[in-house]
Design a protein around this ligand. Structure first.
Ligand code: IPE
Ligand code: IPE
Ligand code: MG
Length: 239
């Protein structure tokens, strides 16, 4: 970390759009899945680094509700990497003590991977030092629609009263229920858009877009993003 920021606390919640795997592979004449494999390695490295810095929540965009438009081969490759990572998480759970949460609609995910997601979430539910949220078949709008449906079901069952609905209450129906909004959202790869990421949660997040491809993203890039975050003047609509 640069000297200027060494005394500043990192954001409590950082979210990352892990983008640029395809271009990274293309530049090297490799198949797309080689880019995703390299991206998965970067994720491991950055998750560890976040933990060293004392970041409490890390949310990563792994597969969007729009990513089904890709080839079957690419989709299977991404799902396989996810499976591999979750097996690793389950194996090393007692050592790492990281809470794993999966955001997204898992009904479309194959049973084997879905079971791993559920197992990792259940078994790590007691760890509360660090939490990693994986966004898998995740779309911000889809998340809101699923939350509306769950809320309406609660109203019909007499557990909720519409006249008492507040933003805070509604947020509990989102996949991110109980997790504070991210202060910082980072997108590598040079693209400057959210691509359906954290639609509800990002209203006051600071965005940092970076020109590095995700597989090349390093701890010093994260330092730079955090330093940029600390230079921002967050007003939340006030003076
Ligand atoms: C991000 O990398 C990973 C996923 C969307 C699953 P991309 O595969 O989108 O990489 P680019 O944007 O083509 O470089
Ligand atoms: C966003 O990246 C989704 C993930 C990183 C998982 P995309 O590559 O799918 O987004 P677009 O197509 O550039 O908007
Ligand atoms: Mg992309």
């Amino acid at each position: 970390m640069s000297e200027e920021n060494v005394s500043l606390l990192p954001p409590k919640h950082i979210a990352i759009i892990m983008d640029g795997n395809g271009r990274w592979a293309e530049k090297r004449g490799l198949p797309k899945n080689a880019g995703h494999a390299a991206g998965a390695e970067t994720f491991r490295k950055i998750a560890n680094y976040c933990r060293t810095l004392g970041v409490k929540y890390l949310t990563v965009y792994a597969f969007s509700t729009e990513n089904w438009k890709r080839s079957q081969d690419e989709i299977s490759g991404i799902m396989l990497l996810m499976e591999r990572y979750l097996r690793e998480v389950l194996r090393d759970m007692d050592k790492n003590r990281v809470r794993i949460c999966v955001f997204g609609d898992l009904t479309r995910i194959k049973p084997k991977l879905r079971k791993l997601c559920e197992e990792a979430q259940e078994k790590s539910a007691g760890y509360d030092d660090v939490q990693v949220n994986f966004c898998l078949n995740y779309g911000g709008r889809d998340e809101i629609i699923r939350a509306v449906k769950a809320y309406c079901a609660a109203v019909q069952a007499g557990r909720e009263d519409v006249s008492e609905l507040t933003e805070e209450k509604f947020a509990n129906y989102l996949d991110s229920g109980g997790v504070p909004d991210p202060e910082l959202i980072i997108r590598p790869s040079g693209e400057m858009r959210l691509s359906n990421f954290l639609t509800w949660q990002s209203v006051y997040s600071e965005f940092v877009y970076m020109d590095v491809l995700w597989p090349d993203f390093s701890p010093s890039d994260l330092d730079a993003a955090i330093a940029e975050y600390h230079r921002r003047n967050r007003r939340f609509g006030g003076r």
